[in-house]
Ligand binder design. Structure first.
Ligand code: F6P
Length: 544
């Protein structure tokens, strides 16, 4: 048995000893519970007191992290070591937001001069579009920026452009096309004017089927409107694959590079963020990077017991491996974070959805949870019923911003009150006795009370962590993303898996490529299994 196995056993035993103690009781027994189980970092507050932890839980979890070498793995990542072993790559999204004097080497070479040069080039381009110095082929100013990408080449900028909508320059609109479903590009282009539209083709590999298909459709649309000669002025590309971009016909000054040591789902900090940079401006984009850098510094230096992302990861381990909860909900009480749960799905599930350890052995315990969520208060009127009274316990993160960008009556107080109320209700629940008392004071008979009270009982004990911050500005968004990146890192290190590859998405891609000629009727279906063959036949009949 390894030292981590021993600690997992001790955690399981500790869980058995403490399980009977309700969250309510934990609060009643310890007036200092909130202070004990919360951490502040400037205006950012991480409150994990509404989870079923005691000081001993945290001690054991921190010991687990130390036994799993989380800190030395973290240092190896920041130092540019090739911790993505299955792809023989460094993992250096942190270099993209490192300070001005940073020196970070990969294979002995400092990557920072290139990082800075690409960022300067992107900023110059963004400023050109924003100021009107860079115009379309017919001399019009760009009003619409269409990012064509998928996965990490879409979710980051799409999520962030919505989150930072108040910072978007007046007269500029961002659009994000990802799905190979022609409806997506069709609906996006409908109503756009080619003379004012700039396309950014964002793809790390520049081979992704969906992106290449949508880029081709966009090109045809533009050429249809303005002619072949307009392509150069209306397209730019972001990729690590210089040859493929050149083959697409893009000039060097319209190509923004990044590097294989930036994972797709960690690439918002690279030129993949160009659409965001154009929309909010290089200065705000810089603040976004700075926010992430602050969290990098905190993650690198704070002791595990006071380290917010490490604690987020450890509490996740507690919920997943010790309490046995399968999913994790992200509930931002911040409408502009509507796409944040989807962004975190890729970050977390593509990173930690793994079944083998770094050396290829089967993992000994469950890895990444199913991550999902929707903004509050909308979710309250949809799926919270199950969270309150269903048979699954779903740990959740509640995100609360104190100061809104717009003051619409007292709606922001209402929003915050709802977020706080849900955390309270998940934690405390309502006993049958309390439910009965309420029914009694409403004048119900004892028979009615007996019939209704089980339905009005809430078990409580449903854990939540709350992240509270001043306002959703570029710096805060940068901090929030980096917190979750390092949470995912912490968990992956404890599970001993590679959080930076994604071989699991390859099989589906390969099979889709094999199926395209079959669906088009250009190849026979004999090689397919009976179900897929039957479905192809049915669809072909309907397609006529
Ligand atoms: O779906 C797998 C994946 O490789 C993601 O990891 C990546 O973010 C996405 O596809 C898009 O890849 P690319 O940026 O190379 O087009």
């Amino acid at each position: 048995m390894t030292s981590t196995d021993v600690l997992f056993e001790r955690l399981a035993e500790h869980r058995r000893e403490t399980e009977a103690m309700s969250l309510r009781m934990l609060f009643e027994n310890d007036q200092q519970r909130f202070a004990r189980f919360s951490v502040t970092l400037d205006d950012l507050l991480f409150d994990y007191s509404k989870t079923h932890v005691t000081p001993e839980t945290i001690e054991l979890l921190a010991a687990l992290a130390r036994a799993a070498d989380v800190e030395s793995r973290r240092d190896a990542m920041f130092a540019g070591e090739k911790i993505n072993v299955t792809e023989d790559r460094a993992v250096l999204h942190t270099a993209l937001r490192a300070g001005a004097d940073a020196v970070i080497r990969v294979d002995g070479e400092d990557v920072m001069p290139d990082v800075r040069a690409e960022r300067t080039k992107a900023a110059r381009f963004a400023d050109g579009v924003r100021s009107g110095a860079l115009l379309g082929a017919t001399g019009e100013r760009f009003t619409d920026v269409v990012n064509i990408g998928i996965g990490g080449s879409d979710l980051g900028p799409a999520m962030a452009a919505l989150a930072l909508a108040p910072y978007v320059q007046k007269g500029l609109r961002g659009h994000f096309v990802s799905n190979v479903d022609g409806a997506h590009i069709n609906d996006t282009l409908r109503g756009l004017d080619p003379t004012r539209t700039l396309f950014l083709v964002a793809s790390k590999t520049f081979t992704t089927q969906e992106t290449m298909a949508n880029a081709g459709a966009a090109r045809r649309w533009l050429v249809g409107g303005l002619g072949e000669a307009a392509v150069g002025a209306h397209f730019a590309a972001i990729s690590t694959n210089v040859q493929a971009v050149e083959a697409f016909g893009m000039s060097a000054e319209r190509m923004f590079r990044f590097w294989d040591w930036v994972g797709g789902r960690y690439s918002i900090w690279s030129a993949i963020g160009l659409s965001l940079m154009i929309l909010i401006g290089p200065k705000n984009y810089e603040a976004f990077l700075e926010g992430a850098r602050e969290i990098d510094e905190h993650f690198r230096t704070a002791p595990l017991e006071e380290n917010i992302p490490a604690l987020m990861g450890l509490i996740g381990i507690w919920h997943r491996n010790v309490c046995g909860y399968d999913t994790h909900a992200v509930l931002p009480y911040d409408q502009r974070l509507a796409r944040f749960p989807a962004y975190l799905q890729q970050l977390d599930m593509e990173s930690n959805g793994k079944s083998v350890t770094l050396d290829g052995a089967p993992v000994k315990r469950k890895t990444g949870p199913i991550v999902w969520g929707e903004p509050g208060t909308n979710g309250q009127h949809a799926f919270y019923q199950l969270l309150h009274q269903g048979t699954n316990v779903v740990p959740a993160d509640i995100l609360l911003g104190a100061v809104p960008h717009e003051h619409v009556g007292d709606q922001h107080a209402m929003l915050l009150a709802n977020g706080l109320a849900q955390g309270e209700a998940f934690m405390a629940g309502r006993t049958t006795e309390e439910a009965s008392d309420i029914l009694r004071s409403a004048g119900k008979s004892e028979d009615e009370i007996a019939a209704l009270s089980p339905h009005k009982t809430f078990p409580g004990g449903r854990p939540t962590c709350t992240l509270a911050y001043r306002t959703l500005d570029p710096r805060t968004l940068g901090r929030l993303i980096a917190l979750y990146e390092h949470k995912v890192f912490t968990q992956g290190a404890i599970w001993g898996i590679n959080s930076f590859d994604q071989w699991g998405v390859e099989l589906g891609k390969e099979l889709a490529n094999r199926l395209i000629p079959i669906v088009k009727g250009e190849a026979g279906a004999e090689s397919l299994d009976a179900s897929t063959r039957g479905l192809v036949a049915h669809l072909q009949k309907l397609r006529g």
